[in-house]
Write a new protein. Sequence first.
Length: 71
Amino acid sequence: MYICICNAVTDDHIYEVAASCADLAELTMRTGCGSNCGSCLNAAAELLVKARAACVMPQSALLNLGTMCNR
């Protein structure tokens, strides 16, 4: 789905770059999202938060890391 019509930035593109973006300003710099009319900035900010949260490994996964690979 297009988040930024002006620069043809999709939600998939935001998810792709979110892990390496420190904040919304960096997302705008890297994708162009929000750099024209700015009407997409709220949606882009929400997606950035969701995408970054999805990149974080849950604590339970960290506790079990490697337990299935023991030889």
